[in-house]
Structure formats: C-alpha cells, structure tokens
Design a protein around this ligand. Structure first.
Ligand SMILES: [Zn+2]
Length: 99
C-alpha cells in the first residue's frame, strides 16, 4: 500500500534543480553567468520539464522584445512640436476653451 516516491537517480554528480530554482536562475542562465554545474543542472532539467522550456522561451522573447524597443525619449524636433501644440491648446487666452 505504501506509495513510494519515484526512486532517485543514484548518480550524485548530477545536480538536480526544481522548477522553482530554475525560475530563480533563468535570468542568469540567459546571461550565461552561471557556474558550469548549474548550467548542466538546468540543461538536465529542461530535458525533463516541458513547462520550464516554455517558460525559458517566453523569457527569451520578452528580453528580445525589450531590447528592440525604441528609446522612450522623443527626438528634439518632435518634442518641440508637441510642446508647441500643447502650448497652443493650453496656453493663455484660449477662445475655444469651455468656461
Ligand atoms: Zn521545471
């Protein structure tokens, strides 16, 4: 009747990580800053765990999307135009303004 957990692999050289640990390490994994042992553990985990493969894919895509985003700063010319527009809409005496 005893419902034994799956037997652990006997080979202790291989470091095992859990999904939670993978999630914590994923950024460093993408940056390539992890020690070899952890990289191996991640590779081994990804072979067995589809959800983590998907997660890694999403993280990669997100990182790539962030890198290709345009800079949030407007070019000076465009900023001047916007300022001009803003001033004409809100500046001083505006006959069109509702009272
Ligand atoms: Zn996993």
């Amino acid at each position: 009747m005893a419902d034994l957990p799956a037997p652990r692999s006997a080979d202790d050289d291989v470091l095992e990580i859990a999904c939670r640990e993978f999630v914590e390490l994923v950024t460093e994994h993408m940056e390539g800053t992890l020690p070899k042992a952890l990289e191996n553990a991640i590779a081994a985990h990804l072979e067995l765990c589809d959800p983590c493969v998907v997660y890694l894919e999403q993280m990669r895509r997100t990182a790539a999307a962030l890198e290709t985003l345009p800079t949030p700063t407007l070019p000076a010319a465009a900023r001047d135009r916007v300022l001009e527009m803003f001033t004409s809409l809100h500046g001083g005496t505006d006959p069109a303004a509702p009272r």
